[in-house]
Design a protein around this ligand. Structure first.
Ligand code: FMN
Ligand code: ADP
Length: 328
């Protein structure tokens, strides 16, 4: 996949694609339906499949204090889109010129003059142009006038819930990881760098790598204990391990800061300073206060056994998206 981040540096092969338009935070099953629709048009027309998005999200530029925490970093979006077969990712900076562009000017200057698109697909509620004044009906009209096909894609519902980034954020914050992952079509994933903690984990018999976010933070799920897959970025490549993670303030030890800590179930490693990805596979329980440390240690042993069982039963991490396209 080729990634284009600057208007001025768009090579010729970024032009003439079938493009999915949107922000795609989470790359959830609704987003996947939009990308699939753009992919079908790409195959029909014999042109590359692309995604046009703005990075950072316009909301993060216009009202950063009100922007919700992200489900996916840009790097994670790139990886998920690559898995979906996206060939050209055009992630343009959202600047003041773009902000003030009327819908017609956006279509003419960006979609036609800059990108010469052949087709566009977006969610039925997609808005574009100055103050989000352009909608899908207008994009279809502009497409007819300017010579590109437009497909409006209906929302995707899973077990009666319409996939949306907002709903997935709510589910994660409420501790409903199973539904959030189902709507994501992949396991929720975050990560960071392994830093020093209180050196207590090794005394308990469960060393835990403390993960500190680097760069733009993602949302974190509700506090609790989770079965995870931990991706360690060793100098010579990324390796995945089964693990268990504790997310929260460690009430047993009067912790006051919120920490994300991962115990890799098998083996001992020196992880300090390395990057680690944490894929949340299943929620095991909430954090608890233990008056007796031995009781916590016994519970941690049960957590590890439960994590093993959950990880054995879990489907492969990516491409598990299910869902039904609904009308309307
Ligand atoms: C599987 C697992 C379950 C845990 N459950 C709890 C818990 O219920 N309550 C709690 O206070 N801390 C819990 N912890 C967090 C430990 O207290 C924490 O890992 C320990 O204090 C080590 O901290 P350190 O990495 O800073 O040394 C859990 C940790 C793990 C790995
Ligand atoms: N299986 C393992 N899972 C997680 N960390 C491990 C493991 N084996 C060794 N370690 C190392 O132990 C460190 C965590 O030990 P711990 O006693 O919890 O101290 P601290 O939290 O202060 O770093 C990790 O950062 C890592 O370098």
């Amino acid at each position: 996949m080729q990634i284009h981040r600057r208007f001025a540096a768009l090579p010729g092969n970024a032009r003439g694609a079938s493009l999915a338009l949107g922000n795609f935070d989470g790359v959830h099953i609704g987003h996947r339906a939009v990308i699939a629709a753009a992919g079908e048009a790409a195959r029909r027309l014999g042109v590359p499949l692309g995604v046009l998005t703005f990075e950072p999200h316009p909301r993060e530029v216009l009202a950063p204090e009100r922007a919700p925490a992200r489900l996916t970093t840009f790097a994670r979006k790139v990886r998920l889109m690559e898995e979906l077969g996206v060939e050209q990712l055009i992630a343009l900076p959202f600047d003041h010129r773009l902000m003030s562009q009327a819908p017609e000017a956006f279509a003419k200057e960006i979609l036609v003059d800059l990108l010469s698109i052949r087709a566009a697909a977006a969610g039925h509620d997609f808005c574009f142009g100055h103050r989000r004044s352009g909608d899908m009906a207008q994009l279809s009209t502009l497409g007819r006038q300017m010579g590109f096909a437009v497909q409006s894609v209906h929302g995707v519902e899973l077990d009666g819930q319409l996939a949306s980034s907002t709903l997935i954020r709510k589910l994660l914050l409420a501790g409903n990881l199973a539904d959030a992952n189902a709507l994501l079509g992949a396991n929720f994933c975050t990560g960071g760098i392994v830093v020093h903690g209180d050196a207590r984990g090794r005394e308990l018999g469960y060393p835990t790598a403390n993960i500190q976010a680097v760069g733009r933070k993602t949302l974190l799920p509700a506090n609790g204990i989770y079965a995870v897959r931990a991706g360690v970025q060793w100098p010579d490549g990324l390796l995945w391990y089964d693990g268990v993670c504790s997310l929260g303030t460690r009430p047993t030890f009067d912790g006051n800061d919120r920490r994300l800590e991962v115990n890799i179930l098998d083996g001992r490693y020196d992880l300090y300073g390395l990057r680690m990805k944490v894929e949340f596979v299943a929620r095991l329980r909430g954090e608890e206060y233990f008056a007796d440390i031995d009781a916590l240690i016994q519970q941690m042993a049960r957590d590890c056994a439960n994590a093993r069982a959950a990880l054995c039963a879990a489907p492969p991490s990516l491409g598990t998206g299910k869902g039904r396209i609904i009308a309307g």
